[in-house]
Ligand binder design. Structure first.
Ligand code: SF4
Ligand code: SF4
Length: 91
């Protein structure tokens, strides 16, 4: 059967929720499989880290980081709004 080629374009986005460390990632694609939003795509090259295709769709569940067998290979950065801690003021 003739292989089918797909061409996809990156979706511009102001956030970068997922970052890969190319030195640590072994390209096992577990993070791709676990993401329920299909944000990540496997790399066309075997052994390379996946591609963050739709960063704006990430809802920061952290499943991709938890399933990774190589600590540090994938990093999730929450947006500034989500990092805020609201501390009650005692008077
Ligand atoms: S944090 Fe959740 S939604 Fe975002 S890429 Fe990882 S698995 Fe997908
Ligand atoms: S980031 Fe982790 S889970 Fe994802 S492909 Fe790389 S090694 Fe595998």
């Amino acid at each position: 059967m003739k292989p089918v080629e797909y061409k996809v374009s990156f979706v511009p986005c102001s956030t970068r929720p997922i970052r890969y460390d190319a030195d640590l990632c072994i390209g096992c694609n577990r993070c791709v499989s676990v993401c329920q939003c299909d944000i990540l795509l496997p790399s066309a090259k075997k052994g390379e880290h996946p591609i963050v295709m739709y960063p704006g769709e990430c809802y920061y569940c952290g499943a991709c980081v938890m399933v990774c067998p190589r600590p540090g290979a994938i990093t999730l950065t929450h947006p500034l709004m989500n990092q805020a801690k609201f501390v009650p003021v005692v008077k």
